[in-house]
Structures are given as structure tokens and as C-alpha cells.
Write a new protein. Structure first.
Length: 399
């Protein structure tokens, strides 16, 4: 595959923008209140990379470190726990005001929930989040992973009490397998992407991610001028973009979506600009396992097509560069242990500022000495062996 940095700008009309009220203040406040009630909840830290910002010639680069989220080394528990709680409250006939961790622990409710079984497909982090949420509420979960996945990620899911196994399918077909099993077995599909007839739970998962956006906004202290968001099916960037669009409207930051060349379904869809999704088929062998998804989440795309400004498809080495930069900080900047999917946005920011052949894209996005950038490291070293291969052994060197 001929890999390179490719980009498309999405211009937005002033009218006919999609509705983002589902990610507004009321929803974000409800999600944050729910998460604060879970034992062990703490806002994840924002690493202010002052020395790196100066070296790159930008005003500010701060990276939110999701490796600290609930001890799970990734952000996914936010969406999984919120969606599971929403489902359980609905199942029990409880109003949203009573949808709290403490309330759902009541023995009478736990007894009624004994037969609820969850199922999901995952590249690793989402499945671990669902397994953790299942354990949190006394449920059982089945988790399916695509072929070629990380044994360490599989073991982490099993360690939370879920039944987990690899399939013989790629990610998107594994999602379809999980959906089929849910239908045949009467299990509850807890999936972070939508399809025909299945939108409520994916929306709840996305709404759970607004807690991350709210934390980042408070920690940043000022409105960023730019946000870089990595994408698999697009649920996280859709949620974060929806949050900033709902809260700040036309004053929202410039939003750039970043995907691997090998799984750039959102970039392809934006570039085609023909109203149809453009999927990536077959096996996807990107090191960015959490982004190795070939089909966009339609709920996320409805938001991103109207509110995201740039879509960038990048080679593997961009993620590797980000991992090394964050793992070997400049001066007294804080160290961030960031996995392949977590570090790709930082890698792209650095490359845009250092590579003169990308001046056109840097200028188009508007990166300069006054730019205030927010990136999200969505995962830590969830596959430690691969992290070492990249950071220690120099796998995927920049060129």
C-alpha cells in the first residue's frame, strides 16, 4: 500500500446542519453526574506540553490522558457504563433521575437483572469497558474480537469476568456476528456503532463520552482553537464534536478527524462527498487497532459531516511518532504513555509543524504560534508488547 498523509476540507453551509441537542448541556450534566457516582471516578489529567509547544512553534498543546480512566487504560468505560445504566434503568422502569450507580446496586434490582446478558464486538478497549460495566452491575457479558487481535487485550477482558474469544472475521463482520448472537440468544447488544433499527444504545454510548469533553473544557481553562480527534467508527469524535457544536456553535474550535490510511472510511466518505458511506473492506492490519474499522457509525457521520472541518488519513508511522514524542517528553513536560490509537493525533500535529512539504495543510487547518490545540490520548499501552516494539525498537520509523 502506498501510504501518505491525505486530507480533505469539509465546508459547511450556514443552514440545514444536523441537530446536536442530544449532546447539549442537559445531557452532558446528566452523564457527568452519573459518572461521578461510580466508585473510583476521577477526571483524567490534562498534560500541558509547554516545552513541546514551544519547540513546535504553537501557542499550546495539551493532551488529555485517558490511560487513567477507571484503571482500564482507555476511555471506553465512560460510554459503556452510561449506556448499560441507561438500559438497566429502562428495563427496570426507573426514571433517569434514579439512574445512579448506588440505586442500581439495590438487592431487589440486582435480583431482577440476573438474567440480563450483554454482548459486544471490540478491537479491545470497548469490550473491556463493557466487561467492566457488566461486572459493575452484576451482569454477564460475551465479547467477540476480530481475528488477529491482541492476546493481551483479550486477557484483560477475560480478567473482568466476561467470556471473550476471537472470531474468524474482521471488525465490521464481528459486529454483525455479535448482533446475530444477540438476536438468537436474547442477549443485549451493547455496541458503539449504529445500523438500521439499532440506534438508541449507540447514542447512549456517545452521550457517555460527553463527560470527557466536559472535563477537558474545564481543565483547559480557555477554549481551544483546534481539536484533533482520532476515529474508528467515529463515535468518540462524533460525541466530542457534537458537544462543542452544541455548547459553542459557530465559535467552536476547528476540528480535525484523523484515521489510519488502512481504515479511513470517514476520510473516504468526506472526500467522495456524494452522500453515501464509503467503506474499507477486507482485512485491516493497522497497528492502530482501536481505529481499524471499515464502516462509519451513521450517528457519528451525521454530526461530523456538518461540524468537523478537516478529515486526514495518515500512515502507520504517524502514530508511532506520536507514541515516541509523548513517551519521551521535552524538558519537564509530563510523560504520557500513549498507545497506537491514542498517540496518532499528537504525531500528526508534530508532523504538520515540522514537515515543510505539509505547509499547505498546516496553513489550511490554521496552525500557527497562536494555535491552542487539544488532543486526546484515548488509550495507554493496552498492548504492552507492541508498545515496546514501537517505542523501544523503532517499529514504523518516520520518513
Amino acid at each position: 500500500m502506498n501510504e501518505s498523509i491525505k486530507a480533505v476540507e469539509k465546508l459547511h453551509p450556514e443552514t440545514a446542519l444536523s441537530d446536536v441537542s442530544a449532546f447539549g448541556k442537559e445531557t452532558a450534566a446528566r452523564a457527568a453526574e452519573f459518572h461521578r457516582g461510580i466508585p473510583g471516578y476521577e477526571p483524567t489529567p490534562l498534560a500541558d506540553l509547554v516545552r513541546l509547544s514551544a519547540a513546535l512553534g504553537i501557542g499550546r498543546l495539551a493532551v488529555k490522558d485517558e490511560s487513567k480512566r477507571f484503571g482500564l487504560n482507555a476511555f471506553k468505560a465512560l460510554g459503556a457504563s452510561y449506556a448499560v445504566a441507561r438500559y438497566l434503568a429502562q428495563y427496570l422502569g426507573l426514571p433517569e433521575s434514579e439512574m445512579t450507580y448506588e440505586n442500581l446496586q439495590k438487592p431487589a434490582y440486582r435480583e431482577r437483572l440476573r438474567n440480563v446478558i450483554l454482548v459486544t464486538a471490540t478491537d479491545g478497549n470497548h469490550g473491556r469497558g463493557v466487561a467492566w460495566a457488566a461486572k459493575l452491575f452484576g451482569l454477564f457479558a460475551h465479547v467477540f474480537m476480530p481475528k488477529g487481535g491482541s492476546p493481551e487485550r483479550l486477557a484483560n477482558i477475560r480478567g473482568l469476568g466476561a467470556e471473550a474469544a476471537f472470531t474468524t472475521y474482521n471488525y465490521d463482520d464481528t459486529v454483525r456476528h455479535a448482533a446475530t448472537m444477540a438476536k438468537e440468544q436474547g442477549w443485549v447488544l451493547m455496541q458503539d456503532t449504529a445500523f438500521d433499527g439499532y440506534t438508541e444504545i449507540p447514542l447512549w454510548i456517545m452521550q457517555g463520552y460527553t463527560t470527557l469533553a466536559a472535563e477537558a473544557t474545564e481543565e483547559y481553562g480557555e477554549l481551544p482553537t483546534h481539536i484533533f480527534l482520532q476515529a474508528g467508527v467515529g463515535s468518540l469524535p462524533g460525541a466530542i464534536t457534537g458537544y462543542f457544536a452544541a455548547h459553542y456553535g459557530a465559535q467552536r474550535p476547528v476540528i480535525t478527524i484523523v484515521e489510519p490510511n488502512r481504515a479511513d472510511c470517514l476520510y473516504r466518505t468526506a472526500a467522495a462527498n456524494d452522500g453515501a458511506p464509503h467503506i474499507v473492506t477486507g482485512e485491516i492490519n493497522s497497528i492502530m487497532a482501536g481505529l481499524s474499522c471499515g464502516e462509519p457509525n451513521p450517528l457519528a457521520w451525521d454530526i461530523l459531516k456538518d461540524y468537523a472541518d478537516h478529515f486526514v488519513s495518515v500512515p502507520e508511522w504517524v502514530a508511532a511518532k506520536g507514541m515516541r514524542i509523548l513517551g519521551s517528553p521535552t524538558g519537564d513536560d509530563p510523560r504520557v504513555v500513549s498507545g497506537e490509537s491514542g498517540a496518532v493525533t499528537t504525531g500528526l500535529v508534530a508532523e504538520l509543524m515540522q514537515n515543510r512539504s505539509l505547509d499547505y495543510l498546516r496553513d489550511r487547518i490554521g496552525l500557527n504560534k497562536d494555535a491552542r490545540i487539544l488532543c486526546i490520548s484515548t488509550e495507554g499501552d493496552t498492548d504492552r508488547a507492541n508498545y515496546r516494539r514501537v517505542v523501544w525498537d523503532g517499529l514504523y520509523p518516520s520518513f
